[in-house]
Write a protein that binds this ligand. Sequence first.
Ligand code: IPM
Ligand code: MG
Length: 393
Amino acid sequence: MKNVGLEVEPLIAVLSGDGIGPEVVEQGLRVLEAVGDRFGWRYRSETGIIGGAAIDACGSALPDEALRLARRADAIYFGAVGGPKWDDSRAAVRPEQGILKLRKTLDLYANLRPVRVFPALLSQSVLKEEIVRGTDMIVVRELTGGLYFGKPSRRWETSRGWRAVDTLAYSEPEIERVLRAGFELARGRRKKLTSVDKANVLTTGRFWREVATRVGQDYPDVELQHILVDAAAMYLMRRPSSFDVIVTENVFGDILTDEAAVLAGSMGMLPSASLGAAKNRAGGVRGLYEPIHGTALYTPEVVGTGRANPIAAILSAALMLRHSFALPEAAAAVETAVEAVLDEGYRTPDVAGAAGAGAGAEAVAIRIVTTAEIGRLVAERVAQIRITEPAAA
Ligand code: IPM
Ligand code: MG
């Protein structure tokens, strides 16, 4: 696992952005440092600006320098962008353009959003425990096409008033590659893939379904199921534990994963990995790692108060270790450490509802702690993790 012999230490580009971005990313970096110490893993990090902070500093949501840093990096660690300060619907420059441009330019087409319910947080969902128990799925959201990027996308004035248009467009290779990413994941899991579309209404939906069926023939060991997106929204609440891997269009995936966050108890729990085809110098895939919550989860008054949940950011760092640095044991160590800290009763306020420590487990005293305290505790547990040496050959 040691990479001490490497000529160049791998580079992490840190783009923490706006709002609670910087404070949750700080805790993720702290956990990565603990991983470095425990596993003898060396890396470098460089920071750049993005989003509203970058607009304020230089008028662009993704300055060239930040883009160059991202291109040079083996992995990108991203916080969140946006906020009321930049919320002008007519503005030509918007913070969100920063992250959208990064995803697009680096061709990070497969956005993995694992949705797992930690046993200690079973009681935190607004849904009944017996519904959420056992939920463990990965939503693969197509990230560089569809409604987010189709052209034309504009507004214009006509003799009968203003009009606006966005375009939902996909090419066959775009659909195929994200489905392949999903099928490959499903192979290493419970071998079920649910392709979500709107085939009863949209031409792109029927096309998506056709491509999914064709690609599925290459994966006879994976059970393929097609579901319409409206029904998928309902089944996510009714039988979440039945899903393994879900693959879907950009906007559908954006909406369904906010909905899925209800299962995990809080948006503050869900990490993500955005991957492309490009390999890095560290034996993995170049990827961008970010909590799914964005800045919208917490109102500006929460920023800096220590109430934000850093777990989504910390679990995103675990995904980075797994996908960009090929360190599955280190990734698992971080996930185990998060679970341990939750089992011990430590919580940020978003997951500290009245219901107690969760079913089954002995009642544990709930301790509400700060963002930094969660980071410190997880880092401490990582430092104590036992590493199993591979058996001698
Ligand atoms: C997400 C966010 C972003 C998106 C915003 C901040 C542009 O909602 O990552 O889900 O819509 O993709
Ligand atoms: Mg979203």
